[in-house]
Design a binder for this molecule. Structure first.
Ligand code: ATP
Ligand code: MN
Length: 428
């Protein structure tokens, strides 16, 4: 595997690589290939006087699949610092000439979306999706190291969690069901059995406006924790975010640099993150002449301005109850606000986590359901949870793609996922 070669333990050894011709240049008697094998990318050199099929090899098309045997050499000038001197090359399949993505050209978004199945092979996608895989792995590590169990909830659901306007409706044997927006309500039922739980699962939102940070199908990292209040919740969130950023910074220094992200920054992140209350956020914005009133939700534009005040992710807490879903716990000291918190990433990225304490009092929750015009009957099962051993509990939801977008300093959320589902069209 190329990744093993790049670690430096195979220098001067013979290796076999099965992969694809990522790029190629030739000078008549010597041909330089860039080879990709799923684990990494490396330069391989073939010489006319050493290879019996040199002429065929020299004419090979990009993306042809090949098998090579060769010797690993240290080579400072090659990307990654190593190259392979090819001793033997077998062609597995010669790719057609018309591969749509010739390297080093620029392609427009529409073309990329239509040819996504082939665009996955680009260096950018290879690197981002490799980092994505590692981010998921590290998230799971953190949860398991911290005593959480992994729990799955249904994708078909009967009611809204995050508000009706972004629900995807499906026909479920003649009655209405929806695609889940969040596992939360089910998770709240499960903590009474399992204790601290987490999931990494898709959530669906029929987003009505086109933005850089909304998908209609995204991966949601969610946690639900019994016997946990807002302060402890924020500690869990910042611990998870720092853990993952530290690991990714350590593992992908060079790739992150190519994306414009300094790995030192990620490695240096440590708790605690700054905390401001919603009220202070509004004051900061008003002092900057932003036209916003107490009670308005923070949109992408407002969040962007707030992020200029911070170098690290930061929490905005205690949102007024009017802009948060019915299940948020009312602050007993100030009944106009909820014990809620969003975590915002700096550099204009904005919200990556939504979280808070859940209302655990039966009467207050029932009143909130009614106030929001929801059906008490439909939420009976959810209200039940406040009747049988109710406890203070909290949870959070982190958008995996938002997190990766910020870590890798990407401009658009579609760059963080293989086959993005965006407002409008599904290409395939
Ligand atoms: P926003 O105001 O940015 O739409 P939200 O308040 O709807 O976010 P929550 O309901 O709190 O978000 O969801 C938890 C997290 O899920 C968010 O912090 C974000 O990281 C992520 N998220 C929400 N909606 C989307 C989406 N459409 N695409 C990608 N990630 C999303
Ligand atoms: Mn939203």
């Amino acid at each position: 595997m190329i990744s093993e070669i790049l670690k430096g333990n195979l220098t001067e050894k013979e290796v076999e690589i099965k992969g694809w011709i990522h790029n190629k240049r030739s000078s008549g008697s010597i041909v330089f290939f860039i080879i990709r094998d799923g684990s990494g990318i490396i330069q391989a050199v073939g010489k006319k006087d050493e290879l019996k099929n040199f002429e065929e090899i020299e004419k090979l098309t990009l993306e042809s699949s090949i098998k090579i045997k060769g010797i690993v050499k240290k080579e400072e000038r090659a990307p990654g610092g190593y190259e392979v001197e090819i001793k033997e090359m077998n062609i597995l399949q010669r790719a057609d000439e018309d591969f749509p993505f010739m390297r080093k050209h620029k392609f427009n978004v529409n073309f990329i979306m239509k040819n996504r199945h082939l665009w996955l092979r680009s260096e950018k996608m290879f690197k981002v999706l490799t980092i994505r895989s590692e981010v998921i792995q590290q998230i799971r590590n953190w949860f398991l190291e911290n005593g959480y169990k992994e729990f799955q909830s249904p994708i078909f659901v009967s009611g809204a969690c995050e508000g009706g306007s972004t629900l995807f409706e499906v026909n479920y044997f003649g009655r209405k069901a929806y695609l889940t927006q969040s596992w939360q309500l089910y998770a709240e039922a499960a903590i009474f059995s399992l204790g601290k739980i987490f999931t990494i699962a898709p959530s669906f939102r029929a987003e009505k406006s086109k933005t850089r940070r909304h998908l209609t199908e995204y991966w949601h990292v969610e946690a639900e924790i019994p016997f946990c209040g807002l302060d402890d919740l924020l500690k869990e969130e910042e611990s998870l975010v720092c853990y993952v950023c530290n690991k990714i910074g350590e593992k992908f220094e060079n790739w992150l640099k190519e994306f414009g992200r300094d790995a030192k920054y990620l490695k240096g992140l440590s708790p605690p993150f700054p905390r401001i209350k919603y009220k202070e956020a509004i004051e900061i914005l008003q002092n900057k002449n932003v036209n916003i009133q107490y009670g308005n939700d923070l949109g992408a534009d407002e969040e962007k301005i707030l992020t200029q005040e911070f170098e690290t992710p930061f929490f905005v807490t205690h949102f007024p109850k009017g802009i948060k879903a019915f299940y948020h716990k009312i602050d007993r000291e100030n009944p106009n606000v909820t014990l809620s918190a969003d975590l915002l990433a700096p550099e204009g990225y904005g919200e990556i986590i939504g979280s808070g304490e859940r209302e655990d009092n039966y009467q207050i929750l029932k009143k909130r359901v009614e106030e929001e015009g929801l059906s008490v009957k439909e939420y009976k099962w959810y209200l039940d949870l406040r009747r049988y051993g109710s406890v203070q509990h909290s949870g959070f939801g982190l958008g995996l793609e938002r997190f990766i977008m910020w870590i890798c300093k990407l401009k658009h959320i579609r760059e963080t996922i293989a086959f993005p589902r965006l407002i409008g069209k599904i290409h395939f």
